[in-house]
Design a binder for this molecule. Structure first.
Ligand SMILES: Cc1cc2nc3c(=O)[nH]c(=O)nc-3n(C[C@H](O)[C@H](O)[C@H](O)COP(=O)(O)OP(=O)(O)OC[C@H]3O[C@@H](n4cnc5c(N)ncnc54)[C@H](O)[C@@H]3O)c2cc1C
Length: 373
Protein backbone atom coordinates (compact mmCIF):
# COMPACT_ATOMS: atom_id res chain seq x y z
CA UNK A 1 0.00 0.00 0.00
CA UNK A 2 1.33 3.46 -0.91
CA UNK A 3 0.50 6.74 0.79
CA UNK A 4 0.07 10.11 -0.89
CA UNK A 5 -0.32 13.31 1.12
CA UNK A 6 -1.74 16.52 -0.36
CA UNK A 7 -3.48 19.67 0.80
CA UNK A 8 -6.67 19.10 -1.20
CA UNK A 9 -7.95 15.90 -2.81
CA UNK A 10 -10.75 16.31 -5.35
CA UNK A 11 -12.78 13.21 -6.25
CA UNK A 12 -14.26 13.59 -9.74
CA UNK A 13 -12.87 15.55 -12.69
CA UNK A 14 -16.20 16.81 -14.04
CA UNK A 15 -17.37 20.43 -14.23
CA UNK A 16 -17.48 20.75 -10.44
CA UNK A 17 -14.25 18.92 -9.60
CA UNK A 18 -12.15 20.70 -12.23
CA UNK A 19 -13.46 24.10 -11.12
CA UNK A 20 -12.73 23.29 -7.46
CA UNK A 21 -9.22 22.05 -8.31
CA UNK A 22 -8.45 25.19 -10.30
CA UNK A 23 -9.53 27.50 -7.47
CA UNK A 24 -7.62 25.63 -4.76
CA UNK A 25 -4.44 25.11 -6.83
CA UNK A 26 -4.31 28.69 -8.09
CA UNK A 27 -4.49 29.85 -4.45
CA UNK A 28 -1.34 27.80 -3.80
CA UNK A 29 -2.68 24.47 -2.51
CA UNK A 30 -1.10 21.14 -3.45
CA UNK A 31 -4.06 19.55 -5.23
CA UNK A 32 -4.69 16.00 -6.46
CA UNK A 33 -7.70 15.27 -8.71
CA UNK A 34 -8.85 11.64 -8.99
CA UNK A 35 -11.20 10.28 -11.67
CA UNK A 36 -12.09 6.75 -12.70
CA UNK A 37 -12.50 7.75 -16.35
CA UNK A 38 -9.81 7.63 -18.99
CA UNK A 39 -10.52 11.28 -19.87
CA UNK A 40 -11.26 14.15 -17.50
CA UNK A 41 -14.34 16.36 -17.99
CA UNK A 42 -17.14 14.15 -16.66
CA UNK A 43 -20.46 14.68 -18.43
CA UNK A 44 -19.24 17.78 -20.26
CA UNK A 45 -17.40 15.79 -22.92
CA UNK A 46 -20.65 14.14 -23.98
CA UNK A 47 -22.43 17.44 -24.44
CA UNK A 48 -22.02 18.38 -28.07
CA UNK A 49 -24.91 20.88 -27.97
CA UNK A 50 -24.53 24.59 -27.30
CA UNK A 51 -25.23 25.86 -23.79
CA UNK A 52 -27.71 28.65 -23.30
CA UNK A 53 -28.25 31.14 -20.50
CA UNK A 54 -25.97 34.07 -19.81
CA UNK A 55 -22.66 35.09 -21.37
CA UNK A 56 -21.04 34.60 -17.93
CA UNK A 57 -22.00 30.93 -18.26
CA UNK A 58 -20.66 30.49 -21.76
CA UNK A 59 -23.99 30.53 -23.56
CA UNK A 60 -23.55 29.50 -27.18
CA UNK A 61 -20.51 27.36 -26.40
CA UNK A 62 -20.64 23.58 -26.77
CA UNK A 63 -20.20 21.49 -23.59
CA UNK A 64 -17.01 19.74 -24.67
CA UNK A 65 -15.36 23.09 -25.49
CA UNK A 66 -16.17 24.30 -21.97
CA UNK A 67 -14.68 21.04 -20.67
CA UNK A 68 -11.45 21.56 -22.61
CA UNK A 69 -11.19 25.13 -21.31
CA UNK A 70 -11.62 23.93 -17.70
CA UNK A 71 -9.01 21.27 -18.23
CA UNK A 72 -6.46 23.71 -19.65
CA UNK A 73 -6.94 25.97 -16.62
CA UNK A 74 -6.44 23.06 -14.21
CA UNK A 75 -3.27 21.97 -15.97
CA UNK A 76 -1.87 25.51 -15.87
CA UNK A 77 -2.73 25.80 -12.16
CA UNK A 78 -0.33 22.97 -11.31
CA UNK A 79 -2.92 20.53 -9.91
CA UNK A 80 -2.01 16.88 -10.39
CA UNK A 81 -4.64 14.73 -12.15
CA UNK A 82 -4.81 10.92 -11.74
CA UNK A 83 -7.07 9.30 -14.35
CA UNK A 84 -8.22 5.65 -14.60
CA UNK A 85 -8.23 5.93 -10.83
CA UNK A 86 -11.05 4.60 -8.69
CA UNK A 87 -11.80 6.01 -5.26
CA UNK A 88 -13.52 3.04 -3.63
CA UNK A 89 -13.85 4.28 -0.06
CA UNK A 90 -13.54 7.10 2.42
CA UNK A 91 -12.90 6.78 6.15
CA UNK A 92 -14.40 8.99 8.84
CA UNK A 93 -11.13 11.00 8.89
CA UNK A 94 -11.60 11.47 5.10
CA UNK A 95 -8.61 9.30 4.12
CA UNK A 96 -9.37 7.93 0.65
CA UNK A 97 -8.93 4.34 -0.50
CA UNK A 98 -7.73 4.53 -4.10
CA UNK A 99 -6.79 2.11 -6.89
CA UNK A 100 -4.29 3.81 -9.20
CA UNK A 101 -2.20 2.09 -11.90
CA UNK A 102 -3.12 -1.28 -10.44
CA UNK A 103 -1.88 -0.36 -6.97
CA UNK A 104 -3.61 0.39 -3.72
CA UNK A 105 -3.06 3.91 -2.39
CA UNK A 106 -4.28 5.76 0.64
CA UNK A 107 -4.65 9.46 -0.15
CA UNK A 108 -4.53 11.68 2.92
CA UNK A 109 -5.63 15.25 2.37
CA UNK A 110 -6.18 18.18 4.72
CA UNK A 111 -9.38 18.95 2.78
CA UNK A 112 -11.40 16.65 0.53
CA UNK A 113 -13.84 17.85 -2.13
CA UNK A 114 -16.25 15.20 -3.42
CA UNK A 115 -17.63 15.99 -6.89
CA UNK A 116 -18.70 12.56 -8.10
CA UNK A 117 -21.76 13.68 -10.11
CA UNK A 118 -24.93 11.66 -10.63
CA UNK A 119 -26.02 8.32 -12.05
CA UNK A 120 -29.07 7.34 -14.08
CA UNK A 121 -32.28 5.88 -12.64
CA UNK A 122 -33.54 2.61 -14.07
CA UNK A 123 -37.01 1.11 -14.46
CA UNK A 124 -38.03 -2.53 -14.16
CA UNK A 125 -40.73 -3.98 -16.48
CA UNK A 126 -41.06 -7.17 -18.52
CA UNK A 127 -38.12 -7.31 -20.94
CA UNK A 128 -36.18 -4.49 -19.28
CA UNK A 129 -33.07 -6.67 -18.90
CA UNK A 130 -32.82 -7.54 -22.61
CA UNK A 131 -29.68 -6.35 -24.42
CA UNK A 132 -30.59 -3.11 -26.19
CA UNK A 133 -32.27 -1.51 -23.16
CA UNK A 134 -30.00 1.17 -21.71
CA UNK A 135 -29.88 4.49 -19.94
CA UNK A 136 -30.05 7.51 -22.25
CA UNK A 137 -26.76 8.70 -20.73
CA UNK A 138 -25.15 5.40 -21.71
CA UNK A 139 -26.36 5.88 -25.30
CA UNK A 140 -24.98 9.45 -25.19
CA UNK A 141 -21.57 8.13 -24.06
CA UNK A 142 -21.60 5.56 -26.88
CA UNK A 143 -22.34 8.08 -29.64
CA UNK A 144 -20.48 11.17 -28.44
CA UNK A 145 -17.45 9.67 -26.70
CA UNK A 146 -16.98 6.20 -28.20
CA UNK A 147 -18.47 6.92 -31.66
CA UNK A 148 -20.63 3.79 -31.54
CA UNK A 149 -24.30 3.85 -32.61
CA UNK A 150 -26.19 1.70 -30.09
CA UNK A 151 -28.92 0.77 -32.62
CA UNK A 152 -30.81 1.82 -35.74
CA UNK A 153 -34.37 2.20 -34.43
CA UNK A 154 -34.70 3.69 -30.97
CA UNK A 155 -37.60 4.38 -28.62
CA UNK A 156 -36.88 6.96 -25.90
CA UNK A 157 -38.74 6.83 -22.57
CA UNK A 158 -38.70 10.14 -20.71
CA UNK A 159 -39.00 13.69 -22.04
CA UNK A 160 -36.83 15.63 -19.58
CA UNK A 161 -33.81 17.45 -20.99
CA UNK A 162 -31.68 14.31 -21.07
CA UNK A 163 -34.36 12.39 -23.06
CA UNK A 164 -34.85 15.27 -25.49
CA UNK A 165 -31.18 16.07 -26.01
CA UNK A 166 -30.09 12.44 -26.40
CA UNK A 167 -32.96 11.76 -28.86
CA UNK A 168 -31.73 14.59 -31.04
CA UNK A 169 -28.11 13.49 -30.77
CA UNK A 170 -29.06 9.91 -31.70
CA UNK A 171 -30.68 11.27 -34.87
CA UNK A 172 -27.60 13.38 -35.59
CA UNK A 173 -25.55 10.19 -35.27
CA UNK A 174 -27.74 8.39 -37.81
CA UNK A 175 -30.36 6.51 -35.78
CA UNK A 176 -34.12 6.77 -36.25
CA UNK A 177 -36.02 7.74 -33.10
CA UNK A 178 -39.37 6.07 -33.70
CA UNK A 179 -41.12 7.54 -30.64
CA UNK A 180 -40.61 9.61 -27.53
CA UNK A 181 -42.78 8.30 -24.70
CA UNK A 182 -43.63 10.24 -21.54
CA UNK A 183 -45.86 9.13 -18.63
CA UNK A 184 -46.71 12.68 -17.56
CA UNK A 185 -49.33 14.64 -19.52
CA UNK A 186 -46.69 17.17 -20.71
CA UNK A 187 -43.13 17.19 -22.00
CA UNK A 188 -40.76 17.74 -19.06
CA UNK A 189 -37.71 19.40 -20.68
CA UNK A 190 -37.08 22.86 -22.07
CA UNK A 191 -39.15 24.02 -25.05
CA UNK A 192 -35.99 24.73 -27.07
CA UNK A 193 -35.00 21.05 -26.95
CA UNK A 194 -38.57 19.77 -27.44
CA UNK A 195 -38.96 22.03 -30.50
CA UNK A 196 -36.00 20.34 -32.23
CA UNK A 197 -37.56 16.91 -31.69
CA UNK A 198 -40.95 17.98 -32.97
CA UNK A 199 -39.46 19.70 -36.03
CA UNK A 200 -37.55 16.50 -36.81
CA UNK A 201 -40.93 14.71 -36.91
CA UNK A 202 -40.47 12.39 -33.92
CA UNK A 203 -43.92 11.25 -32.68
CA UNK A 204 -44.36 12.22 -29.01
CA UNK A 205 -46.69 10.10 -26.84
CA UNK A 206 -47.44 11.91 -23.55
CA UNK A 207 -49.51 10.06 -20.89
CA UNK A 208 -47.98 6.80 -22.14
CA UNK A 209 -45.53 4.29 -20.73
CA UNK A 210 -43.81 1.06 -21.71
CA UNK A 211 -45.86 -2.06 -21.01
CA UNK A 212 -43.39 -4.64 -22.25
CA UNK A 213 -40.29 -5.15 -24.35
CA UNK A 214 -40.14 -8.30 -26.44
CA UNK A 215 -37.26 -10.11 -28.11
CA UNK A 216 -35.43 -13.45 -28.10
CA UNK A 217 -31.81 -12.48 -27.45
CA UNK A 218 -32.17 -8.71 -27.77
CA UNK A 219 -34.79 -5.99 -28.08
CA UNK A 220 -37.06 -6.60 -31.09
CA UNK A 221 -40.36 -4.92 -30.18
CA UNK A 222 -41.70 -2.54 -27.58
CA UNK A 223 -45.33 -2.23 -26.53
CA UNK A 224 -46.51 1.06 -25.09
CA UNK A 225 -49.80 1.86 -23.42
CA UNK A 226 -51.68 5.02 -22.46
CA UNK A 227 -51.95 5.81 -18.73
CA UNK A 228 -54.75 7.61 -16.92
CA UNK A 229 -54.38 10.50 -14.45
CA UNK A 230 -53.33 7.97 -11.76
CA UNK A 231 -50.69 6.50 -14.10
CA UNK A 232 -52.71 3.28 -14.50
CA UNK A 233 -52.65 1.56 -17.95
CA UNK A 234 -55.76 2.13 -20.07
CA UNK A 235 -56.70 -1.27 -21.61
CA UNK A 236 -57.08 -1.30 -25.38
CA UNK A 237 -54.66 1.60 -26.01
CA UNK A 238 -51.56 -0.55 -26.64
CA UNK A 239 -49.30 0.16 -29.64
CA UNK A 240 -46.33 -1.88 -30.82
CA UNK A 241 -43.12 -0.57 -32.44
CA UNK A 242 -40.32 -2.56 -34.07
CA UNK A 243 -37.11 -1.29 -32.45
CA UNK A 244 -33.67 -2.59 -31.56
CA UNK A 245 -32.94 -0.10 -28.76
CA UNK A 246 -34.91 1.36 -25.87
CA UNK A 247 -33.37 4.27 -23.94
CA UNK A 248 -34.51 5.16 -20.44
CA UNK A 249 -34.26 8.83 -19.47
CA UNK A 250 -36.14 8.63 -16.20
CA UNK A 251 -34.09 10.85 -13.95
CA UNK A 252 -30.72 11.01 -12.25
CA UNK A 253 -29.67 10.56 -8.64
CA UNK A 254 -26.60 11.91 -6.85
CA UNK A 255 -23.62 9.53 -6.43
CA UNK A 256 -23.29 9.96 -2.70
CA UNK A 257 -21.78 6.61 -1.64
CA UNK A 258 -18.40 8.02 -0.53
CA UNK A 259 -20.08 10.78 1.47
CA UNK A 260 -22.28 8.26 3.31
CA UNK A 261 -19.11 6.31 4.20
CA UNK A 262 -17.56 9.42 5.76
CA UNK A 263 -20.59 9.74 8.08
CA UNK A 264 -22.19 12.93 6.71
CA UNK A 265 -25.74 13.95 7.55
CA UNK A 266 -28.20 13.86 4.65
CA UNK A 267 -31.65 15.18 3.80
CA UNK A 268 -34.17 13.96 1.23
CA UNK A 269 -35.06 16.39 -1.56
CA UNK A 270 -37.00 14.80 -4.46
CA UNK A 271 -36.33 17.79 -6.76
CA UNK A 272 -32.59 17.10 -6.36
CA UNK A 273 -32.85 13.38 -7.12
CA UNK A 274 -33.13 11.92 -3.60
CA UNK A 275 -30.80 11.91 -0.62
CA UNK A 276 -28.34 14.81 -0.70
CA UNK A 277 -25.59 15.73 1.76
CA UNK A 278 -26.15 18.64 4.13
CA UNK A 279 -23.68 21.43 3.52
CA UNK A 280 -23.26 25.06 4.45
CA UNK A 281 -22.86 28.12 2.23
CA UNK A 282 -19.18 27.23 1.76
CA UNK A 283 -20.10 23.72 0.52
CA UNK A 284 -18.64 22.14 3.69
CA UNK A 285 -20.59 19.12 4.96
CA UNK A 286 -21.29 18.04 8.53
CA UNK A 287 -17.88 16.30 8.49
CA UNK A 288 -15.32 19.09 9.03
CA UNK A 289 -12.93 19.46 6.09
CA UNK A 290 -15.18 17.51 3.70
CA UNK A 291 -16.70 19.62 0.93
CA UNK A 292 -19.14 18.72 -1.85
CA UNK A 293 -19.91 20.31 -5.23
CA UNK A 294 -21.95 19.68 -8.36
CA UNK A 295 -24.58 17.03 -9.05
CA UNK A 296 -23.61 15.10 -5.92
CA UNK A 297 -25.19 17.90 -3.87
CA UNK A 298 -28.40 17.65 -5.94
CA UNK A 299 -28.84 17.18 -9.69
CA UNK A 300 -28.83 20.53 -11.50
CA UNK A 301 -26.80 21.34 -14.61
CA UNK A 302 -23.23 21.99 -15.67
CA UNK A 303 -23.09 25.76 -15.04
CA UNK A 304 -24.20 25.51 -11.41
CA UNK A 305 -21.88 22.52 -10.93
CA UNK A 306 -18.96 24.71 -12.04
CA UNK A 307 -19.96 27.50 -9.65
CA UNK A 308 -20.37 25.12 -6.72
CA UNK A 309 -16.93 23.74 -7.56
CA UNK A 310 -15.52 27.27 -7.56
CA UNK A 311 -17.12 27.87 -4.17
CA UNK A 312 -15.77 24.65 -2.65
CA UNK A 313 -12.27 25.29 -4.02
CA UNK A 314 -12.12 28.85 -2.68
CA UNK A 315 -13.54 27.74 0.70
CA UNK A 316 -10.99 24.92 1.05
CA UNK A 317 -8.14 27.32 0.16
CA UNK A 318 -9.43 29.82 2.71
CA UNK A 319 -9.67 27.14 5.42
CA UNK A 320 -6.04 26.20 4.66
CA UNK A 321 -5.01 29.83 5.21
CA UNK A 322 -4.05 30.35 1.57
CA UNK A 323 -6.55 33.17 1.03
CA UNK A 324 -7.27 35.97 3.48
CA UNK A 325 -10.84 36.39 4.64
CA UNK A 326 -11.21 39.52 2.46
CA UNK A 327 -9.83 37.77 -0.65
CA UNK A 328 -12.01 34.71 -0.10
CA UNK A 329 -15.18 36.69 0.66
CA UNK A 330 -14.71 38.80 -2.49
CA UNK A 331 -14.39 35.67 -4.64
CA UNK A 332 -17.26 33.89 -2.91
CA UNK A 333 -19.51 36.93 -3.26
CA UNK A 334 -19.02 36.93 -7.03
CA UNK A 335 -19.60 33.19 -7.30
CA UNK A 336 -22.77 33.32 -5.18
CA UNK A 337 -24.11 36.19 -7.27
CA UNK A 338 -23.64 34.09 -10.43
CA UNK A 339 -25.29 31.08 -8.72
CA UNK A 340 -28.25 33.26 -7.74
CA UNK A 341 -28.69 34.25 -11.38
CA UNK A 342 -28.60 30.59 -12.45
CA UNK A 343 -31.20 29.71 -9.83
CA UNK A 344 -33.55 32.57 -10.61
CA UNK A 345 -36.32 32.95 -13.17
CA UNK A 346 -38.79 30.43 -14.48
CA UNK A 347 -36.30 27.58 -14.99
CA UNK A 348 -34.26 28.05 -11.82
CA UNK A 349 -37.02 28.54 -9.26
CA UNK A 350 -37.42 24.84 -8.40
CA UNK A 351 -33.66 24.47 -7.92
CA UNK A 352 -33.44 27.62 -5.81
CA UNK A 353 -36.19 26.35 -3.51
CA UNK A 354 -34.51 22.94 -3.23
CA UNK A 355 -31.11 24.51 -2.46
CA UNK A 356 -32.62 26.77 0.17
CA UNK A 357 -34.26 23.81 1.90
CA UNK A 358 -30.91 21.93 1.84
CA UNK A 359 -29.13 24.91 3.45
CA UNK A 360 -31.95 25.31 5.98
CA UNK A 361 -31.64 21.65 7.01
CA UNK A 362 -27.93 22.29 7.61
CA UNK A 363 -28.74 25.30 9.81
CA UNK A 364 -31.20 23.22 11.82
CA UNK A 365 -28.57 20.49 12.20
CA UNK A 366 -25.96 23.01 13.40
CA UNK A 367 -28.42 24.55 15.86
CA UNK A 368 -29.26 21.10 17.26
CA UNK A 369 -25.54 20.39 17.67
CA UNK A 370 -25.08 23.74 19.37
CA UNK A 371 -22.62 24.93 16.72
CA UNK A 372 -22.43 28.29 15.02
CA UNK A 373 -24.75 29.02 12.13
C1 LIG B 1 -26.52 11.25 -18.34
C2 LIG B 1 -26.42 12.73 -18.04
C3 LIG B 1 -26.70 13.65 -19.06
C4 LIG B 1 -26.66 15.04 -18.78
N1 LIG B 1 -26.93 15.94 -19.78
C5 LIG B 1 -26.83 17.27 -19.53
C6 LIG B 1 -26.99 18.26 -20.55
O1 LIG B 1 -27.25 17.88 -21.67
N2 LIG B 1 -26.81 19.59 -20.23
C7 LIG B 1 -26.49 20.00 -18.96
O2 LIG B 1 -26.29 21.20 -18.67
N3 LIG B 1 -26.34 19.08 -18.00
C8 LIG B 1 -26.50 17.75 -18.24
N4 LIG B 1 -26.32 16.83 -17.25
C9 LIG B 1 -26.05 17.34 -15.97
C10 LIG B 1 -24.64 17.93 -16.02
O3 LIG B 1 -23.84 17.14 -16.81
C11 LIG B 1 -24.17 18.01 -14.69
O4 LIG B 1 -24.97 18.93 -13.93
C12 LIG B 1 -22.73 18.44 -14.54
O5 LIG B 1 -21.91 17.96 -15.59
C13 LIG B 1 -22.33 17.84 -13.27
O6 LIG B 1 -20.98 18.01 -13.09
P1 LIG B 1 -20.28 17.22 -11.93
O7 LIG B 1 -18.87 17.66 -11.96
O8 LIG B 1 -21.05 17.36 -10.68
O9 LIG B 1 -20.40 15.68 -12.34
P2 LIG B 1 -19.86 14.87 -13.60
O10 LIG B 1 -19.66 15.71 -14.79
O11 LIG B 1 -20.77 13.69 -13.75
O12 LIG B 1 -18.42 14.37 -13.11
C14 LIG B 1 -18.26 13.45 -12.08
C15 LIG B 1 -16.96 12.73 -12.27
O13 LIG B 1 -16.69 11.97 -11.10
C16 LIG B 1 -16.09 10.75 -11.48
N5 LIG B 1 -16.30 9.80 -10.39
C17 LIG B 1 -17.48 9.47 -9.80
N6 LIG B 1 -17.29 8.59 -8.81
C18 LIG B 1 -15.96 8.34 -8.76
C19 LIG B 1 -15.15 7.51 -7.95
N7 LIG B 1 -15.66 6.77 -6.96
N8 LIG B 1 -13.81 7.46 -8.20
C20 LIG B 1 -13.28 8.21 -9.20
N9 LIG B 1 -14.00 9.04 -9.98
C21 LIG B 1 -15.32 9.10 -9.78
C22 LIG B 1 -16.79 10.38 -12.78
O14 LIG B 1 -15.98 9.53 -13.55
C23 LIG B 1 -16.97 11.76 -13.43
O15 LIG B 1 -15.93 12.08 -14.32
C24 LIG B 1 -26.34 15.46 -17.50
C25 LIG B 1 -26.03 14.54 -16.50
C26 LIG B 1 -26.06 13.18 -16.75
C27 LIG B 1 -25.69 12.18 -15.64
Amino acid sequence: MKIKEVDVAVVGAGSAGLSAAYQAASAGAKVLVLDENHRPGGQLFKQIHKFFGSRAHQAGTRGFVIGQHLLDRVQESGAEVWLDTLVYGMQKDCALGVIHEGQHWVVKAKKVIVATGAKENYLAFPGSTLPGVMGAGAAQTMINVNRVLPGQRVLMLGSGNVGLIVSYQLMQAGAEVVALVEAAPNIGGYGVHAGKIRRAGVPVYVSHTIKEIRGKDQVEQVEIVQVDSKFQPVPGTEQVFDVDTVCLAVGLNPMTELIWMAGCEFCFIPAFGGHVPLHDENMETTVPGLYVAGDVTGVEEASSAMEEGNLAGVSAAQALGLLTQEEAEAKKGEIRARLDILRSGMFGEKRRTAKLSQLKSMEEYQLKKGGAV
